[in-house]
Design a binder for this molecule. Structure first.
Ligand code: NAP
Ligand code: ZN
Ligand code: ZN
Length: 349
């Protein structure tokens, strides 16, 4: 089946309209009419070949929401008309320890929603800047938010789970002081989620213009990280800091803010490495430097349900497909509050 999509033919070319092929709906497959797709900074890294190994043509997009339009005969949990989401994972080996533990995100055979090998044409997966997608039911998420919030739910599928998972793993909650670095797509979700979990939340931003805005998101305190005095006032006080910044920067500035046994968790995935941190900042106070990648399918469903219960969605700017290239430029300037979402209606011919 041919569907309209938006993608790039090379890393130095803008995205443009194209047609891609979706496989026929198999016995365990769910076919989804995509309503909206969020724009993650990972889309930009991948389609501009900032990360290694981009296959072209590349259609990004892994914050997908829409309605089920067909189901295979063996699909048990979904019906035509259901509101559903697809995040960053569309397949995995289904037999390793990670898959058995619901941690498909750490399966060596995980198939990402775009740019991963697949038997389907053209040989690598194509993402959500498109009209439809066909996915095995195991990787389909149920959306319980009201339909009116659907566009703003889309970013939960990556930005939401990528911050929810480390917040849960490192037990953010009452009595914990949690920092979120970089108040973009991931960071603004991190602030909302940590606040809903009951933590004392501190937002770190390079943008003076976000000082008040981050409080509206749920931050108890906001630090403009360029200001050394503001940073120093919080030395040795954090249990957990989640760093979402999409560019290389000095990690020591955050390590020294952790108290004993505190953890700095990196989720930002810049194209060039961070300078190696000072070892003594880890040795003193037994601090940890960690990373975290999205979340498993069960945890993504848990996050969606948590957000539905707490009435949490993303703050979005809805755009047409032909605005994706200019949205990327604005993303690079930090000029988004806080997630662009593509209205898939605008992909129609
Ligand atoms: P985004 O919306 O562009 O937000 C990144 C934020 O980082 C910016 O808004 C900005 O916030 C801050 N920042 C500070 N200095 C920056 C600089 N020189 N360049 C860019 N940003 C800077 O990006 P996102 O979609 O949240 O993604 C953030 C990173 O996480 C990306 O590298 C992405 O690939 C990665 N990611 C990782 C995972 C994972 O599984 N680990 C999942 C999704 C995304 P302030 O204005 O507040 O300073
Ligand atoms: Zn993403
Ligand atoms: Zn596996």
């Amino acid at each position: 089946m041919k569907v309209n999509a938006y993608g790039a033919y090379a890393g130095d070319k803008p995205l443009e309209p194209m047609q891609i092929t979706r496989r026929e709906t198999g016995a365990h497959d769910v076919q989804i009419d995509i309503a909206y797709c969020g724009i993650c900074h990972s889309d930009l890294h991948q389609v501009r070949a900032e990360w290694a190994g981009t296959q072209f043509p590349c259609v990004p997009g892994h914050e997908i929401v829409g309605r089920v339009s067909a189901v295979g005969p063996h699909v048990g949990h979904f019906n035509v008309g259901d509101l559903v989401g697809i995040g960053c994972i569309v397949d995995s080996c289904r037999q390793c320890e990670e898959c058995d533990s619901g941690l498909e995100n750490y399966c060596d055979g995980m198939v990402g929603t775009y740019n991963f090998p697949t038997p389907d044409a053209p040989g690598w997966t194509q993402g959500g800047y498109s009209q439809q997608i066909v996915v095995h039911e195991r990787y389909v998420l149920r959306i319980r938010h009201p339909q009116a919030q659907l566009a703003a739910v889309a970013p939960l599928l990556c930005a939401g789970i990528t911050t929810y998972s480390p917040l849960r793993h490192w037990q953010a909650g009452p009595g914990k002081k949690v920092g979120i670095v970089g108040i973009g797509g991931l960071g603004h979700m991190g602030v909302k989620l940590a606040h809903a979990m009951g933590a004392h939340v501190v937002a770190f931003t390079t943008s003076e213009s976000k000082r008040e805005a981050a409080k509206v998101l749920g931050a108890d305190e906001v630090i403009v990280s360029r200001n050394a005095d503001e940073m120093a006032a919080h030395a040795k006080s954090f249990d957990l800091i989640i760093d979402t910044v999409a560019a290389a920067h000095d990690l020591d500035a955050y390590l020294v803010l952790l108290k004993r046994d505190g953890t700095l968790t990196l989720v930002g995935a810049p194209a060039t490495p961070h300078p190696s941190p000072e070892v003594f900042n880890l040795i003193f106070k037994r601090r940890a430097l960690a990373g975290s990648m999205i979340g498993g399918i069960a945890e993504t469903q848990e996050m969606l349900d948590f957000c539905a219960t707490h009435n949490i969605v993303s703050d979005i700017e809805l755009i047409r497909a032909d605005q994706i290239n200019s949205a990327y430029e604005r993303l690079l300037q930090g000029d988004v509050k806080y997630r662009f979402v593509v209205d898939s209606v605008t992909l129609a011919a």
